[in-house]
Design a protein around this ligand. Structure first.
Ligand SMILES: Cc1cc2nc3c(=O)[nH]c(=O)nc-3n(C[C@H](O)[C@H](O)[C@H](O)COP(=O)(O)O)c2cc1C
Length: 323
């Protein structure tokens, strides 16, 4: 069974799968700024198995994003196998199975983190997925369903037996959603229990956090999600910190603006300008956080309808606080 060859990656910090965020544009930006690997948004195995055009288009990526993991969610083992068969032509570097999503719309159908309550179902999905492809199949889990029923170690061992190539552990239960702090002890426990690579996830906001997580858990890679929102530079900071170098200086607003332009252009090329304007709004909110005048500008940005209007508002922020 192929395992994830982490020795071939150029770094130890990777971008988390984030629905509505980790699209090709954001993934490419994060790769350019030092992410060693990127995950797609979660893709419905059922939709892929039905050859659903929009879902297949969501799976597309640019060669420069590699290595890319395409993540699937669902409940039916055969849908995962059929979904993977649909994705093979894209030649992804690996696949990832979502056993961690806490969102009610996924959990109420028995998918994502709901599967943590049913190890047999997880084994059936992982076995079907591993049989469906010669590429590495990874899995992403939470610490368990709720406090008192944390079973990440048991699930990780099972996944390893099923031929899974690496496991990402988010140190929160489903019940916690995103509240409180992640329990990195669970990541350490999984690392001790399995021989395949373990990717630690939860609350990496800085290079120092990444170093501390690796020291505390022994994990092979660190995965950052929310910390990268409006901050693709996080990966360069982590790489510097893990390499023993000084943290890069804060990015001046002019530098941020250049990256925002790039982000916008990549997204507009993929999705068209009007959709890019709508989808960029949340990213812009994160990019301008902490900049003088941001609160006021945010309101206008949320209602701007053309690229010119958006950049006029952003340039005004520059004027207020020259870099
Ligand atoms: C907006 C958003 C969307 C997410 N979508 C997914 C997803 O599609 N698949 C998945 O496995 N995890 C998803 N996650 C969870 C993240 O991958 C990650 O496990 C979580 O945010 C904890 O990491 P962090 O503390 O670095 O953010 C999502 C998280 C956020 C904030």
């Amino acid at each position: 069974m192929p395992i994830l060859d982490i020795a071939t990656l150029d770094g130890r910090a990777v971008l988390a799968p984030m629905a509505g965020i980790s699209d090709p544009a954001f993934r490419l930006l994060c790769r350019r700024h030092g992410a060693a690997m990127v995950w797609s948004e979660m893709l419905s195995a059922e939709a892929l198995a039905r050859h659903h055009g929009k879902t297949l288009r969501m799976a597309a990526f640019r060669p420069a994003e590699r290595p890319v993991a395409l993540q699937l969610f669902g409940t039916r083992p055969q849908a995962f196998a059929d979904g993977i068969a649909q994705l093979e032509a894209l030649n992804p570097d690996c696949y990832d199975l979502n056993f961690g999503c806490p969102a009610p719309k996924i959990v109420k159908h028995g998918g994502g983190s709901a599967l943590l309550r049913d190890p047999g179902a997880i084994a059936a999905i992982a076995t079907a997925a591993v049989r469906a492809t010669a590429r590495p199949v990874l899995a992403k889990i939470r610490s368990g369903w709720e406090v008192g029923s944390e079973n990440a170690v048991e699930i990780a061992r099972l996944l390893e037996q099923c031929g899974v190539a690496a496991i990402t552990v988010h140190g929160r239960t489903r019940a916690q959603m995103f509240a409180g702090t992640a329990d990195w002890g669970v990541i350490a426990g999984v690392k001790r229990a399995v021989g395949i690579p373990v990717i630690g996830n939860g609350d990496i906001w800085s290079g120092g956090d990444a170093r501390r997580m690796i020291e505390a858990t022994g994990c092979d890679l660190v995965m950052a999600g929310r910390g990268a929102l409006g901050n693709p530079w996080l990966f360069a900071e982590i790489n510097a910190c893990l390499g023993g170098a000084a943290a890069p200086p804060p990015v001046p607003w002019s530098g941020k603006l250049a990256v925002i332009r790039e982000h916008f252009a990549l997204m507009a090329a993929d999705k068209g300008e009007s959709r890019a304007i709508r989808e960029m709004r949340k990213h812009l909110g994160w990019y301008i956080k902490g900049i003088e005048g941001a609160a006021h500008a945010r309101r206008d940005i949320m209602t701007a309808t053309t690229q010119e209007q958006v950049f006029a508002l952003l340039r005004r922020l520059t004027d207020q606080r020259p870099s």
